[in-house]
Design a protein around this ligand. Structure first.
Ligand SMILES: [Zn+2]
Length: 298
């Protein structure tokens, strides 16, 4: 009896760790990533990945933080369609978006040239860092770099057309995918919905310009890189407000002679109280960006 209970308990546990895709529209779904930093508990499941089902294939947008995560989404996609995941698009070079690539042996993997180069250059370093943070969840993860470079404004896969926008600001190369047929905008990490923006490779000025461009698109559904999907322009507006706040806070602090610790003592402005991870991401951004602002204003 004891073993029977244990057996059912383990089944329960297994199911709990399975990933459930959330429907976006008639032919696409996304896996919602937890709004947390990398940890052993979340196994690196912290970014959104999405997929579009075409006539004969599946197009996967980003692959998560590890081979294990890649295998989990592969299993979950199989429950919805028997069509092969023939195409993958990596939106940018951050480890929570491409380290699941090696779960997909036969897929064609697209990215921009910059993203491919960064993956080849820093991929192994990302793996070392993540082994420290998420431990066993990284088992089997190896670098599988993109094998097709994107340069065209339109990508036609299996007769399915996607518009590509080559933007920057979150990183030096942020690829945005617009599905005109369903009016779905896959914004990559240029948009975080109510999750505080991560800025380790950010150029704040360019990021705002890119967001202003996205704001003009007549989309019906926005799939952000982090946070839940949205049917409004609100997440983009909030991201612009946050980036302006970060920029002016740093500029004013340096003018007033405040150090990093004095900036971090300030209370959270009302408009960002609903943002998840505000304290840690704001702190990370200030520590990261302060030296370059100091240099620029001197
Ligand atoms: Zn990112």
């Amino acid at each position: 009896m004891k073993y029977l209970i244990l057996f059912f308990y383990s089944l329960l546990f297994l199911n709990a760790s399975d990933l459930e895709p959330i429907k976006i529209n008639e032919n696409s779904y996304y896996f919602y990533g937890k709004e947390e930093y990398f940890s052993e508990q979340n196994g690196g499941d912290i970014a959104n990945t999405s997929f579009i089902i075409t006539q004969n294939n599946v197009i996967l947008i980003d692959t998560g933080s590890s081979k294990k995560y890649g295998e989990k989404i592969k299993k979950a996609i199989k429950k919805i369609t028997s069509k092969p995941i023939k195409y993958i698009i990596n939106t940018h070079h951050h480890p929570d978006h491409f380290l699941g690539n090696n779960a997909f042996i036969d897929s064609t993997i697209f990215s921009t040239e910059y993203t491919k180069k960064e993956i080849e250059k820093n991929g192994d370093l990302y793996i070392v860092n993540l082994v420290n943070l998420i431990k066993d969840a990284m088992n089997g993860t190896k670098i599988k770099a993109p094998n097709q470079i994107l340069t065209s404004q339109e990508l036609e896969l299996d007769g399915y057309k996607l518009k590509l926008l080559y933007l920057d600001g979150h990183t030096k190369s942020d690829l945005v995918i617009y599905d005109e047929k369903t009016k779905t905008l896959y914004s990559s990490d240029l948009v975080f919905n109510k999750r505080t923006l991560a800025t380790p490779h950010a150029n704040i000025k360019n990021w705002i310009i890119s967001l202003e461009q996205l704001q003009k698109i007549d989309y019906r559904i926005l799939v952000p890189g982090h946070g839940i999907i949205s049917t409004t322009k609100e997440p983009i507006k909030q991201n612009i407000t946050y980036l302006n706040y970060l920029d002016s806070t740093l500029k004013n602090a340096i003018k007033e002679g405040l150090d990093i610790f004095e900036i971090l003592e300030k209370s959270i402005p009302k408009e960002f109280e609903s943002f998840t991870m505000f304290k840690e991401e704001f702190e990370r951004s200030v520590i990261n960006l302060y030296p370059s602002y100091e240099k620029d204003l001197k």
